[in-house]
Design a protein around this ligand. Sequence first.
Ligand code: ZN
Ligand code: ZN
Length: 303
Amino acid sequence: MALTGLVTKRVFSQAKDSPSSKTGTRLILLGTGGGPRPNKMRTQSSWVVLVNDVPYVVDCGEGVSRQLVFANVPLRNLRYIFITHHHSDHNLDYGNLLYNAWVSGFKGRVDSYGPPPLEKMTKLYLEMNAYDIDIRIPDEGRPPLTPMIFAHEFSKDGVVMQNESVKVTAALVNHLPVQPSFAYRFDTPDRSIVFSGDTTPWDNLIKLAQGADILVHEVIHKPSLARLMARIPNADRLVEHIVASHTTHIDVGKVAKSAGVKTLVLTHFVPSDDPSLTDEMWIEGAKTHFNGKVIVGKDLMEI
Ligand SMILES: [Zn+2]
Ligand SMILES: [Zn+2]
């Protein structure tokens, strides 16, 4: 517990103290845990790319709003959200992020992107919270929230968003039974960053990530899964799902090598709260096949 506190504090100061020129492309890992069960060591999946200070949030696991606050990204600046797939550890706080930005002074427009049923989820979230929202509009003088949100669904590979600073390309990955599930590539004038989402090793992802500066990839530590299962009650089929739908710490290096990326950033750790798993163990696995730089992601780390 004490150790976790120290780690969080150190990583937090990295994000806080790092040079923030406000121009160019920055990557901050908001949450690096994998799986839906809240734990003490890592927040659920979420990352943010900042391009000239505009945030592009990728995935909204539980805690995304508060992690953005810790990373000194004002919630009122929210502009773009991308969801890789509809497992709860990637979308649970999607609606809450929209809401939290709104009560933090957001007045503009948010475009969100992801597979179906993103539009339905957006609509139902606003309906579920209509009582509170309808009170705050007159009581606090806030603009109506619903017309500020534009959800965009897609189910195929391709460019999903492009503006003067960023091109975002989506590629289908293999994460059954969640279909479609996507990886995203962000190309900016000074950087290319790819997020694997949740997937097994997959050729379409390797194609998307060709030559990228940074590949942010999910990872599991297969030898530790039995220990994880012993700690989680009522999860008889969970190991089966984890092994069939994710990428091991050895295979992730093969993916990075095949894609020819410069830096591999590990994230979405499963198990995410096993203190006996050291950074060295994750790195050693990834470096079995990959000669580039490997970074063991931590919450609030800036890369
Ligand atoms: Zn996940
Ligand atoms: Zn998933």
